[in-house]
Ligand binder design. Structure first.
Ligand code: GDP
Ligand code: IMO
Ligand code: MG
Length: 421
C-alpha cells in the first residue's frame, strides 16, 4: 500500500509528525515538490528535528529516502541540514537518493526572491526567501540548471555563465550587487563532488522499487491552498503540493498511489499573505498562536491563526481525492468554551460553499460558522472512545461534512500522543 501525506490547508498542518508515524511501516519515503521552504517538525523522545529538504522518514534508520525530480535543491541548505542531522546521530549516507533531474537553487535565486518581495511592498507574498519561485521560473523557462549538470564541468560553467549574465542585467536595473559567475561555478563544482554519492536516476529507481512491491510513502510539502494551480494565487508557492505533483515530481505512474491522507489541523493557520476568511485577529487568535506554538519552522514568523475552515478542506479533498483525514493539534483547542467551524461563506449577501478563483472575491468572503461546545482535555485520551464527548462530536461533524473518515487524531507533538482509529 503506497500512501501520500498532503497538507489540506495552507501548510504546517503537522505533516512531519504524520510522515514519521507512517514511515515506520513504509520502505521508501519520497519528497516530490517544493524545496527548503518546507519545515517539517518531528518530535522523537525528548529530541525535536526540523526537516526542510530531506524527507522526514530519514529519522527511521532503516529507511531509504528519495528527493524526487520535482523538488528544487539548494546544496548549501542541504549540507547544512545534513550536518545538523549528523550532529544528533542521524546518518544519511547510503540512505538518501537525489534525482539527477531535480533543479538546483542558485545563489541568485535567493537574492531575486528577496528583491521581488521588496518590490511588491505591502502586496508581497511573504515567501520564505529560499529562492523557490525564481528557481521554478528558470525550470519552466528552460534555463534551469539540474543536478545532472553538475557531472559535466563544461556544461555547468556554460550554464552558470549564461544565467549570471542575464541575472546581472536585472541587478543593474534593481540596484543589486552583481553576481560573479566564476565564484558560483567554483562553489557548485565543490558541491558536485560532495553530492556525487547521492545522485541517482530516481525515475528508474522508484519504478524498480514499485515493481518490487516495496511500500512507498510520499511526503508532501506546503499545503493544498498553496498549490500554484489550485491555491489562493498569487499568494501560493511555485509547485504542486496536491496529488498531481506526485506523478510529475517522481516519474511514477498513477497506479503507484493507493491512498491519500490529508493532514488537517483542528483549526487553521497560514504564514505569509493572502486571504484567510476564518482568521482571528483578536485575543482568541493570539491565544491559539501561543498555545499551539504557531511560529514558522523555517522562518520563525508568527503564523496567522483562525477557526477550522471546512470549505477549504473540502476543496483540498476534492482536488487530491483525499481518502482519510489525519487531524492534528486537537489539544490546542482544549479548555475553550465555544469552538467555531466555518461551513460556508457569505459573499455579497448570499451563502456560497466554494472558493472563488478571483482573489478579491475570496477576500470579500465572510465565514459562516457552526458553533460547538468546548471540552476540557484531550491530552490523555488513548482512543477515540476516551475523548471528551464534545471533542467526539467535533470530529464526527467534520467526518460528516467532508464525507471522509478521520482515521488519525493527534493530541500532542509526540509519537505517543496519537489516536489511530
Ligand atoms: P508540517 O510543516 O506540516 O510538518 O508542520 P510543522 O512542523 O511546520 O508544524 C506543526 C507543529 O505542530 C510542529 O511543531 C509539531 O511538532 C506540532 N504538532 C504536530 N502535531 C501536534 C499535535 O497534535 N498537538 C500539538 N500541540 N502539536 C503538534
Ligand atoms: P510546510 O511544508 C507554510 C508559504 C510562504 C508564502 C508562500 C510562498 O512546512 O508546510 P515560497 O517560499 O514557497 O515561495 O513562499 O508559501 N509557504 C509555506 N507556508 N508551510 C510551508 O511548508 C510553506 N512553504 C511555503 O509563507 O506564503
Ligand atoms: Mg511546516
Amino acid at each position: 500500500m503506497n500512501k501520500l501525506v498532503i497538507g489540506a490547508q495552507w501548510g504546517d498542518e503537522g505533516k512531519g509528525k504524520i510522515v514519521d508515524i507512517l514511515a515506520k511501516e513504509s520502505d521508501i519515503i519520497v519528497r516530490y515538490q517544493g524545496g527548503s521552504n518546507a519545515g517539517h517538525t518531528v518530535c522523537v523522545g525528548d529530541k525535536t528535528f526540523i526537516l526542510h529538504l530531506i524527507p522526514s522518514g530519514i529519522l527511521h534508520k532503516d529507511k531509504i529516502c528519495v528527493i524526487g525530480n520535482g523538488v528544487v535543491i539548494d546544496p548549501k541548505s542541504f549540507f547544512k541540514e545534513k550536518a545538523t542531522l549528523e550532529k544528533v546521530g542521524v546518518d544519511i549516507q547510503d540512505r538518501l537518493l537525489i534525482s539527477e533531474k531535480a533543479h538546483l537553487v542558485m545563489p541568485y535565486h535567493k537574492e531575486l526572491d528577496a528583491m521581488q518581495e521588496g518590490k511588491l511592498g505591502d502586496n508581497k507574498i511573504g515567501t520564505t526567501k529560499r529562492g523557490i519561485g525564481p528557481c521554478y521560473v528558470d525550470k519552466y523557462a528552460r534555463n534551469g540548471i539540474r543536478i545532472c549538470d553538475l557531472t559535466d564541468e563544461k556544461t555547468l560553467k556554460e550554464k552558470i555563465t549564461k544565467n549570471v549574465e542575464e541575472v546581472n542585467k536585472l541587478c543593474d536595473i534593481y540596484s543589486m550587487n552583481r553576481f560573479d559567475a566564476e565564484a558560483i561555478f567554483d562553489e557548485y563544482k565543490e558541491y558536485a563532488e560532495l553530492l556525487k554519492p547521492y545522485i541517482r536516476n530516481t525515475v528508474y529507481y522508484l519504478n524498480g522499487v514499485f515493481k518490487n512491491r516495496k511500500k512507498i510513502l510520499f511526503e508532501g510539502a506546503q499545503g493544498s491552498l498553496l498549490d500554484i494551480d489550485f491555491g489562493t494565487y498569487p499568494f501560493v508557492t511555485s509547485s504542486n503540493p496536491t496529488v498531481g505533483g506526485v506523478f510529475a515530481g517522481t516519474g511514477l505512474p498513477h497506479k503507484a498511489l493507493d491512498s491519500v491522507i490529508g493532514v488537517m489541523k483542528a483549526y487553521t493557520t497560514r504564514v505569509g499573505n493572502g486571504p484567510f476568511p476564518s482568521e482571528l485577529l483578536d485575543d482568541m487568535g493570539e491565544s491559539i498562536r501561543k498555545k499551539g506554538s504557531e511560529f514558522g519552522a523555517t522562518t520563525g514568523r508568527p503564523r496567522r491563526c483562525g477557526w477550522l475552515d471546512l470549505v477549504v478542506v473540502k476543496y483540498a479533498a476534492m482536488i487530491s481525492g483525499i481518502d482519510s483525514i489525519a487531524m492534528t493539534k486537537i489539544d490546542v483547542l482544549d479548555g475553550l468554551d465555544r469552538i467555531n467551524v466555518c461551513v460556508g461563506y457569505e459573499y455579497e449577501g448570499r451563502k456560497i460553499g466554494f472558493i472563488p478563483s478571483q482573489l478579491d472575491e475570496f477576500a470579500k468572503c465572510k465565514p459562516v460558522y457552526k458553533t460547538f461546545e468546548g471540552w476540557e482535555n484531550t491530552k490523555h485520551s488513548e482512543s477515540f472512545e476516551d475523548l471528551p464527548e464534545n471533542a467526539k462530536k467535533y470530529v464526527e461533524f467534520i467526518e460528516k461534512f467532508l464525507s471522509i473518515p478521520v482515521s488519525l487524531i493527534s493530541t500532542g507533538a509526540k509519537r505517543s500522543e496519537t489516536i489511530i482509529r
